[in-house]
Design a protein around this ligand. Sequence first.
Ligand code: ADE
Length: 245
Amino acid sequence: MKIDILTLFPAMFASPFNESIIERARTRKLVEINTVNIRDYALGRHQQVDDYPYGGGAGMVMKFDVLSRAIGSLKGENSRVIYLSPQGKPLDQDTVVRVARQEHLILLCGHYEGIDERIMNLVDEELSIGDYVLSGGELAAMVVVDAVTRLIPGVLGDDNSSQEESFVGGLLEYPHYTRPRIYQGEEVPETLLSGHHEQIRLWRKKLSLKRTLIKRPDLLLKREYDQEERKLLEEILFNGEKKTK
Ligand code: ADE
């Protein structure tokens, strides 16, 4: 996967992309990430990237000609141009999975009041990372790169770790525990110590359902349930609980 990021502030990306999982994925050539300075496509002595809005009003607008040249120079047959903006479709894990299947992403980071609307004809998709306004698309682009990169085959040590995590299958992930078994009187749930794989699987499924019910009930309404899940939900809702946390 190749990711080009069009930005006025390439230096912002240095640290997040040189740490942890993204750094390892880049070193192992599982992903190629380039930051491209939009200003390199501006003409003239002042290399102007923005201008006053037609019709007046506050703020500056990023120029169509500059962004068009920038996108044009990067775009190939299998490129997907994504514009990060608070007006975009809210990013969720299903979208991340779909985007992670692309060969080449061009992430366009806006700034100032916005971009010349004519650029939208060159954009395949507009994504938002939440209902709040950032000062630019850079942090949102980092979020997309992070969420996408960890799904590229081979990036996570154990490919199961992206199969079992929160939002996969529409549920939040079950809780985890590690040693010590008892600390300050707090114990690890008995079932996890049993070595009984089927019981552990069921316990985890139940805790996933329970956590989702408590923390994100909206997610429960969006999915369908098999027989086992119905039974577990019934236990959670109607049978009371052993202490499960
Ligand atoms: N740019 C500014 N705010 C944003 C947001 N919430 N999501 C994506 N890009 C943005």
